[in-house]
Design a protein around this ligand. Structure first.
Ligand code: ATP
Ligand code: MG
Length: 331
């Protein structure tokens, strides 16, 4: 049985890229019977400065949207990372096995730190905390986008170093890579960029919380090219191909099918079709999430329940680690 561990940062409202690439994939893994642990990565979020009130709000909102998307808090374990202190404790021990050189060379660190005057150590440690997130549950599989593969290699390296010094204890976590275009959704305003929560232009992304009208408006305004035909050519026609990808994800279809359906339509007319598919996919999630958001007590209860279950698992693994390392606080 696979134990899948995955986290989402409470840094803002979920967009369709997050939903199709991360959330919906988790729901599928849950349905196929994987042992799924899904956490709200509030410790990771603090690698960039966060507003405390906003982050509290985001945590409950993310919980509501995860439940509304089909995460079952009994079948899977849903919790906030900070509610299980073992993540941070194991992170410290792993940080003692990691090297500065290796972490400082990771592309994502280089990219994010390039524009900063003062680089927080937490940003450097980000992949080590990610390794701890998985290893503290002896996770076997991690759903990742291609951009996260290097971080998983850091985890594998830490496992090797740990085993070399203290003996075998962890499975080496393997990636579960997306088999469709779902890790490649692009900005609606500039299709050369990826769709992102932190893009300053709200029209660049479709949120799960967007109303039907807003979804339609954003699709209508999506940047395409001067060719009115609908084709799927991600390299030469990223704009219209991104709409095809969105359509496929929303309607669970293949690009060939969608292109055939759109034959003879102009991109303007085709956009209505894409918007219809998105509205149909998003509306039920938004409505369920809104019902749940009216019950913050229930959401907090779900998180407390998940945290209690996660803590029991983490305590066992951490106890083994502490014993190997000769720490005093073995459970
Ligand atoms: P930020 O801009 O703050 O980094 P983000 O939109 O990149 O936000 P993350 O919280 O970094 O979102 O990622 C959450 C999940 O969503 C990850 O699994 C990531 O691979 C996935 N994801 C992010 N952007 C896209 C995208 N454009 N297309 C598909 N999946 C995406
Ligand atoms: Mg990101």
């Amino acid at each position: 049985n696979r134990r899948v561990v995955t986290g989402l940062q409470p840094t803002g409202a979920l967009h369709v890229g997050n939903y199709f690439a991360a959330v919906q994939r988790c729901v599928k893994l849950q349905q196929q019977g994987d042992d799924l642990m899904i956490f709200i990565a509030d410790l990771h979020a603090h690698t960039t400065q966060q507003n405390p009130t906003q982050i509290q709000k985001n945590i409950l909102e993310l919980t509501a949207y995860l439940l509304a998307s089909g995460i079952d808090p009994e079948q899977s374990i849903l919790f906030a990372q900070s509610a299980v202190p073992r993540h941070a404790e194991l992170c410290w021990l792993l940080a003692c096995l990691a090297t500065h050189a290796r972490l400082a060379h990771l592309p994502q660190f280089k990219e994010k730190s390039a524009t900063m005057k003062e680089v927080p150590i937490g940003l450097l440690l980000y992949p080590v905390l990610q390794a701890a997130d998985v290893l503290v549950y002896r996770g076997t599989h991690v759903p990742v986008g291609t951009d996260q593969l290097q971080h998983l290699q850091v985890a594998a390296q830490l496992v090797r170093t740990f085993h070399h010094r203290y003996g075998r204890l962890f499975p080496t976590p393997s990636p579960i890579l997306p088999d469709d275009g779902s890790d490649r959704l692009r900005s609606l305003r500039d299709p050369t960029k990826k769709m992102s929560k932190s893009d300053t232009d709200p029209k660049s992304r479709i949120l799960l919380s967007d109303s039907d009208d807003v979804i339609r408006l954003k699709i209508r305004k999506a940047v395409t090219d001067f060719n009115p035909q609908v084709t799927f050519e991600p390299d030469s026609r990223p704009g219209v191909s991104n709409l095809v990808t969105l359509h496929c994800l929303a309607a669970d279809k293949l690009p060939e099918e969608v292109v055939l359906e759109a034959e003879g339509l102009t991109t303007a007319r085709y956009k209505q079709m894409v918007a219809d598919a998105l509205v149909a996919a998003i509306r039920p999630i938004r409505e369920r999430a809104n019902e749940l958001l009216a019950r913050p007590g229930l959401l907090r209860h779900v998180l407390r329940h998940g945290a209690a279950r996660a803590r029991r698992r983490a305590d066992i693994v951490y106890g083994d680690v502490a014993e190997r390392l000769g720490l005093a606080n073995a459970t």
